[in-house]
Each structure stands twice: as structure tokens, then as C-alpha cells.
Design a protein around this ligand. Structure first.
Ligand SMILES: *Cc1c(COP(=O)(O)O)cnc(C)c1O
Length: 245
């Protein structure tokens, strides 16, 4: 990063964004899909709000964050300078139940709901935020599913997914929108995303509104697009290596 030279940083990010979009468009065309139906979500975790502002200047209106405290501070700083209701902040990282209330104040979409307890806490937070005027709409929710049923790494098991989907669909403060997953370490991305696509189609037969599929990162977005991703979460390929925390 070259914080000393904002012009150079802008050029670097513009280049990263352009290359990531080119990869995404090529992957969509190779899969016989319309590139317009796949969103590119820049992941700004660990990067300063100045980088978010550069992305905004380049036309981005949605940003992914993975840690509540960092995100809340960044959102507040961004909003102190830019009041654009079109800007949407996405929580993509693992979410603890005791942070759900805080996340409900700033998150447009949460990609990482993986338990009924967390869903209930987020629902309560969303309703409180609507009552206090901190938000106007329900929190859009993607359910994070585990592809290898390893409880350590986050994600609801495939067996528990239908019950969780029903809970979220019934919650007044939440809006069920789809599914998210991260391939388990060491898995072939195509095998992982094929399994995810199967789970998504099962979810959609019960909940037709759950059309979104958040899948693919810098290293595996092509495979994710082959298997139906509607949102790739791209950090490194757009912004470069993350600074150490
Ligand atoms: C950090 C992160 C990303 C972005 O990863 P890159 O490899 O930098 O593109 C995507 N999804 C989640 C859940 C993340 O935490």
C-alpha cells in the first residue's frame, strides 16, 4: 500500500477492480451466464476507509466486512463524509451472537447466519434498530452452510439447514435471501461448489425467494461462477495483500 500517494493507490485499486471484473465477466461467459447477474463484492476488511472511498469513487456501492468492531467504526467514518443511501455494507465473517445487535445497526446483508440462536439475536437486533430509527428495512440474510459438516469452522450442517431457513423466513426483522459457503481447506473448489449448488437448489424449492448464492473469493471465483454464484466476495484480487492486523 502506498498511503503516502493517494493517486498511486487509486490507480492500483482501479487496476485490481478492472482485472477482477474481467475475470468475473470471462467466467460468466465461459459458463454461458450473463455477467450482469453476478455481483462483485469488494472485501475491505483490514483496509482503511480511504480505500473504501476510492472504491466508491470507482462506482462500487457495496462493501464486505468480516469483523463487527472494525466494520462499525469504518461505516461511521464513511457515513460522516458520504451520505448515500445506495451504499450497502455486508457482514461476511463469522458472527458471534453477542455482536448480532451491533451488526444489525449497520449491515444491509449478513452472509454468515449459521444457527437458530444467532438468527434470533439478529432478528431482535434488527427489530430494535428499526424501532430506534437506525435502519428502515429488515436485515437481508444468507445462511452460511458447512460443506464438510465440521462444526469448528462455522456454517450450519446440511441436515440443520432446512429448519434454520424456516426460522429466518418467519422472523419479522430478517429477510431470507439465499446461501453462502467457503470451501473447506484442501477441497477442490468445483467439488465444494457443486455440493453447494445442490444445497441451494434444495433451499430454493422450499423458499423460492432465496435466490442469492454468495460463493467465490479471489482464488476460486471461476469455479464458483460455474456452479451458480450470484455474488463473489473479492478482497486480495482488488485491494492487494491485507495489511497485518
Ligand atoms: C476475507 C474474506 C473474503 C475475501 O478473500 P480474498 O481471498 O482476499 O478474496 C471472502 N469471504 C470471506 C468470508 C472472507 O472472510
Amino acid at each position: 500500500m502506498s498511503a503516502a500517494d493517494p493517486g498511486a493507490r487509486r490507480a492500483e485499486i482501479a487496476d485490481g477492480l478492472r482485472r477482477a471484473r474481467e475475470r468475473l465477466d470471462a467466467a460468466a461467459r465461459a459458463a454461458g451466464r450473463d455477467p450482469a447477474e453476478i455481483a462483485l463484492l469488494p472485501v475491505t476488511k483490514f483496509f482503511p476507509v480511504s480505500d473504501v472511498e476510492i472504491l466508491y469513487g470507482l462506482g462500487c456501492r457495496a462493501f464486505g466486512e468480516s469483523r463487527e468492531q472494525e466494520a462499525a467504526a469504518k461505516v461511521a467514518e464513511f457515513r460522516s463524509r458520504t451520505t448515500d443511501p445506495a451504499v450497502a455494507w455486508h457482514m461476511i465473517g463469522r458472527l458471534q451472537r453477542n455482536k448480532a445487535r451491533a451488526v444489525a445497526r449497520w449491515a444491509h446483508t449478513v452472509h454468515s447466519v449459521d444457527s437458530v440462536r444467532l438468527a434470533h439475536a439478529l432478528d431482535a437486533g434488527a427489530q430494535a434498530a428499526q424501532e430506534s430509527g437506525d435502519r428502515e428495512t429488515p436485515v437481508r440474510v444468507l445462511l452460511q452452510v458447512s460443506l464438510d459438516d465440521d462444526p469448528q469452522r462455522g456454517g450450519v450442517s446440511a441436515a440443520d439447514l432446512p429448519a434454520l431457513a424456516d426460522e429466518v423466513a418467519a422472523a419479522g426483522g430478517l429477510e431470507l435471501r439465499g446461501l453462502m459457503a467457503v470451501p473447506p481447506l484442501g477441497w477442490d473448489p468445483d467439488a465444494a461448489f457443486e455440493r453447494l449448488a445442490g444445497l441451494h437448489s434444495g433451499l430454493r424449492s422450499d423458499h423460492p425467494e432465496a435466490t442469492e448464492l454468495s460463493a467465490g473469493m479471489s482464488g476460486d471465483l471461476e469455479a464458483a461462477v460455474r456452479w451458480g454464484s450470484t455474488c463473489v466476495r473479492v478482497g486480495t484480487a482488488v485491494l492487494g495483500s491485507r495489511p497485518l492486523a
